[in-house]
Every structure is written in structure tokens, then in C-alpha cells.
Ligand binder design. Structure first.
Ligand code: BG6
Length: 540
């Protein structure tokens, strides 16, 4: 039976979203269409947006896209994205309310005149909706354009004083923040020329996922876990982010490519795309020390504290403990799908750009598995195994905490058939929830032990659909709550951990990369970082 959220729920104190305009740079793009506009629509349906609120898109759509009224174009684009991707069906009443507060200003990010037009339009929308000049600029643009956007905003006088509370200006910066430590520092410095740290929200959407937030509640709102949450009781931890999709989507009937991210991903790879940010952020929530309050900087201090304890890998460690792979043609969901290199060729052909020589036999990793250690008292000696990949057999993100074996006495005195270990598995997505595998006696006269599962499932406990990560994060920015956003020192610390791996790969640029067929669990080489330890990757 679904639980009424009010019954027994203890609300954590939170700040309220304040009236503002959300200005989406790159509104014609994929992120805005798939994620941002559906997220804002859902917030509107749920009635949690500020009372005075509007969305203004900015950017240049693909040539010839805007015909007629730009605002109408934006509304059509939003409606299309919402009908396809929103967790709630499009309801005409809510849509009408939402659409009247949607606008679009076409213009190039490099054109000072476009910013002047944007400014005039924002002021007009302020007047229309009673908004006190407060703005959130969402930079949904490629990393190379961030500098231009923030500089132009500043030059146009569109950034207010950081202490301004009512007419605030905040900026949301998407990952990737740089492609290595130095370039990340440059991006951070660039943004800070226009926006103070308290105006800057570096988004990592994994932190907005309900299940990732629930990790904090699980650890710190239940008394039984924290005493066990250390190397004395935990054998190892596995974090898996498996994706079924590849970089490109093809029409199953015609084989024609419908959409692709291969142009972005090529030369970036899974280490930068998934590990440096999402996976390390999840790791922080799993392994950080208890913060002493929920104040944004206290939580963020705890995370940085953890990141600073990650053991830096030597070149030998990278050789031994890191495996990458790339998918080749195979079957996914019963359908034949092409390998990564073909997707890259198709992507460049679609963009009408020549294929860079380094991409002809690309060694960009679409899969990575690694073993890492946290050098502090709590986790000394406990291996953390991380793996992520595209075109794996299913979409599944999981954190699994495997507890140590019971001693070899009583029920565990036949080491050749040891008892299954206790595992706490936290399913981040899909089928959000958690389960605990424990040993139990099979009914009958003999003592026979059988593993059983204790289950908690979001859908059956709470009903309905879990909000999308972007919904929570956008509300937090409107409320000025930076807890779930990455502070600059966290970004730098995460890069510091990743750099030795990137540098080692760079120095020994392999001509070949281990391959795996689409629809399999990654290259066979991934086993060599876990099996010699007497452990196995979990079957999901
Ligand atoms: C993005 C990555 O940040 O996260 C993508 O760039 C990845 O490559 C995506 O597919 C995964 O997000 P989610 O929420 O679908 O697990």
C-alpha cells in the first residue's frame, strides 16, 4: 500500500523558491528539449514554482527552424519535449498556464546586440509577471561557449551584485567543467570573472536523484547502518552505472540515425563523462563522514574531505586497476546495433565535418572499470569497484555494499561452500529502492541456509513517479540552496583523482582498446581487476 507522504514524514527545513526568470542559453538544444523544459513543466503541474515566474529561451536554432513568432516556436518545441519526455502527461489546462510564461529571444551568443535585445525582453517579462529583476541563467551550451556567454552577460550589465537578495542573478554551469584539471580551473576562473561563488551553481544531475538523496537519509536517519559503515564490517563496495543506450539513436525501421551525442563524446570518454563527476559524487554520498549539519557548506566540506582522501594512482596502479573498453557491433534488445566507431563516423557526416584523423580508429572509451581506495580510518583497506558503460545489457545504476563474511564456525564451517555474504543494494535507477540480502533458514528439519531479500521499493511504498533530478535542482537554485551543487574545490579534487589515469593513457596511447559487443557487460578484461581479489562483479 502506498504511504501518504504526510504520515510520519519529517520535513527537512528548506528555503522557498523565489520569484525569477529562468533564462535558458541554448534553449534550442537537446538538454533543454529533453530535460529542462519537461522538468519545469512538471514543477508547474505540481504547483511548486514561485508565484511569479517565467522561462525565456535564448540562442540560435538550426538554420531555418524559427518560422514566424519566436515565442510560438519555443512553445512548440517545449510542447514536443514535454509530450515525449515528461514524467506527467501533457494536460491542456496546465499546458496553457505554462505556455503563457514561455518566451524566446533568437540571437547569437557572440552578438552584443542580441544581449541588448535579451535584456529588453527580460525587463518586459519582469513587468508582465511582477518579477523583481531576478534571473537564473542556465548555460546549456557547449563548454567552449561558457566564457563568451558570461563575459557578454557581464558587459551587458546583466549580472547583479552577489549580495543582492531580491533581484538576484545566479548562473547554472553544466558539466563537463573542463577536460582536465587545468582547463577546469580556467572554466572556474572564467565564470568567476562575472559571478561570485555564491551565485554559481555547478550542476551534477546525479545529486538531484531521489535515490542518491535517500542515501543520506539511509545513512544518517537510521541508527543501525552508521556503526557498520566502515572497513571493520564492510568487505567492499561496488558502484555500477550501466546504460543500455549508445551514443546514437537509429530508427529501427529504416536504420537512419535520429539523434547522436557521439560528436560530443568522441575524445571525451566515459572517465571524463561519468566517473569524474557523477560516479565520484555518488561515491562521496556513500562514503563521506557524517556532516554535522545540513547547511550547504557543511555537507560540501564533508564531500571535499572524502575526495581529498582518494588514493592517487601510480602508473602501475592504472595498469593494474583500471580497464577501459569500447563497444563494437552487437545485439541490443534483440536488434543489431552498430559499433561506436561507426556512430562517430555517422555523427561527423551528419555535422558535415571531416572526421578528425584521431577519430578514424578512435580509442575513446565507452566503458571503464576501476578499483580504488580511500585512505582514511573509516575505509582503510576497503576496495571500491566502479564500472560504467554504454550499450550494456540493461540500464541499471546501483550501489552495493557487501559486508564481510561471518567467521567460519557454526553455519559457515564448510569453506568450500561458503555462505552468501550480506549485501545491501541501493538501486538508484530504475525500479528505485533498496534490498538487503540476508541468510535465512530453509523451513524443514535440517539446517539449510538460503539467501533471501528484504525489499523497499519506492513505487510500491510511495506510489506515483519519482521527480526527475532536474526538477529538484532547479527548485534549489530558485531557493538559493547550493547544497547539491559542486563547489569549486570539489570539482578540482575530483579532477586531481582522475588526472593520473588520463596522463597514463595519454603517455601510452594504445592503438587498440579492449572491445565488447553491444549488449554485453563490457570487455572480459574488466574481470581481471576484481577476480584476483576473490570477488566478482555483481550480476544486475
Ligand atoms: C550525462 C552523460 O551527464 O549523464 C551521459 O553526459 C549519460 O553520457 C547521462 O548518458 C546519464 O544520466 P542518467 O540520468 O540517464 O543516468
Amino acid at each position: 500500500m502506498a504511504i501518504e507522504p504526510e504520515a510520519g514524514a519529517v520535513a527537512a527545513q528548506s528555503m522557498l523558491p523565489q520569484p525569477c526568470q529562468l533564462v535558458i542559453f541554448g534553449a534550442p538544444g537537446d538538454l533543454s528539449w529533453r530535460k529542462l523544459l519537461p522538468a519545469v513543466y512538471n514543477l508547474n503541474v505540481d504547483g511548486v514554482l514561485p508565484s511569479h515566474f517565467a522561462v525565456v529561451g535564448f540562442g540560435l536554432p538550426a538554420e531555418g527552424d524559427v518560422k514566424g513568432d519566436p515565442d510560438e516556436w519555443m512553445r512548440n518545441r517545449a510542447r514536443d519535449g514535454i509530450s515525449r519526455f515528461s514524467r506527467q502527461d501533457l494536460d491542456e489546462g496546465h499546458w496553457a498556464d505554462f505556455a503563457r510564461a514561455l518566451f524566446f529571444v533568437p540571437g547569437s551568443f557572440n552578438d552584443a546586440g542580441a544581449y541588448a535585445r535579451l535584456k529588453t525582453r527580460l525587463e518586459a517579462v519582469d513587468g508582465q509577471f511582477g518579477i523583481p529583476g531576478s534571473r537564473i541563467y542556465y548555460l546549456a551550451v557547449p563548454p567552449g561557449l561558457v566564457d563568451m556567454c558570461v563575459s557578454r552577460l557581464k558587459d551587458a550589465g546583466m549580472v547583479n551584485d552577489p549580495d543582492e537578495q531580491i533581484a538576484f542573478t545566479r548562473v547554472i554551469v553544466e558539466k563537463p567543467i573542463g577536460r582536465d584539471l587545468d582547463s577546469a580551473r580556467e572554466v572556474i576562473a572564467t565564470v568567476s570573472k562575472a559571478f561570485a561563488e555564491n551565485q554559481t551553481y555547478r550542476i551534477d544531475h546525479y545529486l538531484g536523484k531521489e535515490t542518491v538523496q535517500n542515501l543520506l537519509v539511509l545513512r544518517f536517519a537510521n541508527s543501525i547502518f552508521e556503526p557498520l559503515w566502515n572497513g571493520k564490517y564492510i568487505d567492499h563496495v561496488q558502484i555500477t552505472v550501466a546504460e543500455e543506450e549508445g551514443l546514437a539513436q537509429y530508427d529501427p525501421a529504416t536504420g537512419e540515425m535520429l539523434a547522436t551525442r557521439a560528436g560530443y563524446f568522441e575524445g571525451v570518454g566515459a572517465l571524463r563523462d561519468m566517473v569524474q563527476n557523477h560516479m565520484l559524487q555518488v561515491l562521496c554520498v556513500v562514503a563521506m563522514e557524517p556532516p554535522w549539519s545540513l547547511a550547504p557548506d557543511v555537507v560540501r566540506d564533508a564531500k571535499v574531505g572524502l575526495l581529498n582522501c582518494l588514493r592517487q594512482m601510480t602508473p602501475q596502479d592504472v595498469e593494474k586497476n583500471v580497464v577501459r573498453g569500447q563497444y563494437i557491433e552487437g545485439d541490443t534488445d534483440g536488434k543489431r546495433v552498430p559499433g561506436y566507431r561507426k556512430e562517430v563516423r555517422d555523427a561527423f557526416a551528419m555535422m558535415k565535418k571531416p572526421l578528425p584523423p584521431s577519430s578514424i580508429n578512435s580509442t575513446t572509451e565507452t566503458f571503464i572499470a576501476l578499483k580504488m581506495f580511500i585512505d582514511n580510518w573509516r575505509w582503510a583497506g576497503v576496495p571500491f569497484y566502479l564500472r560504467t558503460g554504454k550499450r550494456l545489457p540493461k540500464r541499471a545504476t546501483e550501489v552495493a555494499i557487501q559486508f564481510k563474511d561471518v567467521p567460519h564456525i557454526l553455519f559457515n564451517d564448510h569453506p568450500e561452500v561458503p555462505l552468501e555474504p550480506t549485501v545491501l543494494s541501493l538501486r538508484v535507477q530504475p525500479e528505485e529502492g533498496l534490498s538487503m540480502r540476508i541468510a535465512s533458514k530453509l523451513p524443514g528439519p535440517k539446517v539449510r541456509i538460503y539467501p533471501v531479500k528484504m525489499e523497499f521499493n519506492y513505487a510500491s511504498s510511495f506510489g506515483g513517479q519519482t521527480p526527475e533530478a532536474y526538477e529538484r535542482l532547479l527548485l534549489d537554485v530558485m531557493a538559493g540552496d547550493a547544497t547539491l551543487f559542486m563547489r569549486r574545490d570539489a570539482v578540482e579534487s575530483a579532477w586531481r583523482f582522475v588526472m593520473p589515469i588520463l596522463e597514463h593513457w595519454e603517455a601510452h596511447r594504445a592503438r587498440d582498446i579492449p572491445e565488447y559487443q553491444c549488449g554485453t557487460w563490457g570487455p572480459i578484461e574488466a574481470d581481471r581487476i576484481i577476480e584476483p581479489d576473490g570477488r566478482q562483479w555483481r550480476t544486475l
